[in-house]
Ligand binder design. Structure first.
Ligand SMILES: *[C@@H]1O[C@H](CO)[C@@H](O)[C@H](O)[C@H]1NC(C)=O
Ligand SMILES: *[C@@H]1O[C@H](CO)[C@@H](O)[C@H](O)[C@H]1NC(C)=O
Length: 323
């Protein structure tokens, strides 16, 4: 390489580096305008900016791959540490018994999507409490009660489950234990009677003073589902599912498309709901409802590749029965 060529190459590399850092600065300022940080110390500001910079590099790399099955975007998770992300989860790996839901041989539709169904309540936000399991359990009860008793979508109390069904409250739990608790303790209070606080509290549920929104069957409070066909059968019968997933880290910044990433992280155990299925450009998906607010992902939902038990989304699927 001649001296001149060498200098040109160095200058080009420098220009590229400057360009990338200018891009990062623009992206960071844009991010701060959408997710304001408030007043911070210089150290805290630097820490958040460096977390942002790592996420930004991952998103740019991912989205520039034309073959990527899904797109990523910045959101509140972009500046979070691993521990802060974990607080937004809260599932524990279930023990599934051998005896599972028996599917009927009904004709299954090619797609179902309850996102627009009048019985599906608005997307919730668990906030900084590892209570995903209470939101997942409650969505199944709310939807089931509305399908059974008619009327409009219900809004039932997740906090009752955090405080009373417990297991570990804001530090994680199981949906089937929540349903078992509801079946044995007089049902689930309306949100208006027992509002969400996103912290561990003392159980103050009372059947005499609170408005009870739904009751769960004591004989069949959990049905273990576990396979694609059985999951479709449950959905076709007018119920939705609770699922367990060990999230890949790309999941936090999901934007659109059919999510597919096999680098499942055992420590990122999250409970959500499957509320439909279909196919996009020939790729089969589940319609998954998250509890990170309607600003996350596709209006609070994510399409996840179906049929490959991605990060255990199918194996531990469960549902309940409303009386
Ligand atoms: C699926 O569930 C069964 C029963 O609990 C368990 O034995 C098996 O290991 C699970 N499979 C995966 C991939 O986790
Ligand atoms: C919530 O309470 C449970 C036990 O009841 C405890 O194990 C857990 O650490 C608590 N979590 C938080 C975040 O306070």
């Amino acid at each position: 390489m001649g001296k001149f060529t060498f200098v040109v190459v160095i200058m080009m590399a420098l220009a590229e580096g400057l360009h990338a850092s200018a891009d990062l600065e623009v992206a960071w300022q844009d991010y701060l305008s959408r997710f304001p940080m408030g007043v911070q110390t210089k150290t805290e500001y630097g820490h958040r900016k460096s977390l942002f910079s790592e996420t930004h590099a991952r998103i740019v790399k991912h989205n520039s791959n034309a073959a990527a099955p899904f797109q990523m975007e910045h959101n509140e998770f972009s500046t979070m540490t691993e521990d802060e992300k974990k607080v937004r989860l809260g599932a524990m790996k279930p023990e599934r018994p051998a005896l599972v839901h028996q599917s009927s041989s009904r004709q299954l539709p090619t797609s179902i999507d309850y996102r627009t169904d009048a019985c599906l309540s608005a997307v919730r936000n668990q906030g900084g409490c590892g209570s995903c399991w209470t939101f997942s359990a409650t969505a199944v009860v709310e939807f089931g009660k509305c399908k059974k008793a008619g009327g409009t979508a219900r809004d039932l109390s997740e906090q009752q489950l955090v405080d009373c069904s417990r297991v570990n409250g804001c530090s994680g739990g199981w949906e089937h234990e929540a349903w078992k608790y509801l079946s044995a303790n007089g049902g689930q209070a309306a949100e208006s009677s027992y509002a969400y606080t996103a912290v561990n509290g003392t159980c103050r549920f009372s059947t005499s003073t609170m408005s009870i929104g739904a009751q769960v069957s004591s004989s069949a409070y959990v049905e273990w589902v576990g396979t694609v066909d059985k999951m479709k059968t449950v959905l076709a019968s007018g119920r939705i599912l609770s699922i367990y997933m060990q999230l890949p880290s790309s999941f936090f910044n999901y934007k659109s498309g059919v999510f597919y990433d096999t680098t499942c992280v055992a420590n990122y155990a999250h409970a959500m709901n499957v509320v439909g299925y279909g196919a996009l450009n020939g790729v089969d998906y589940w319609v998954v409802r998250n509890s990170w607010g309607s600003g996350w992902g596709a209006a609070g939902y994510v399409l996840v590749k179906r049929g490959v038990d991605l990060c255990m989304i199918e194996n531990y699927s469960r549902t309940t029965n409303i009386v």
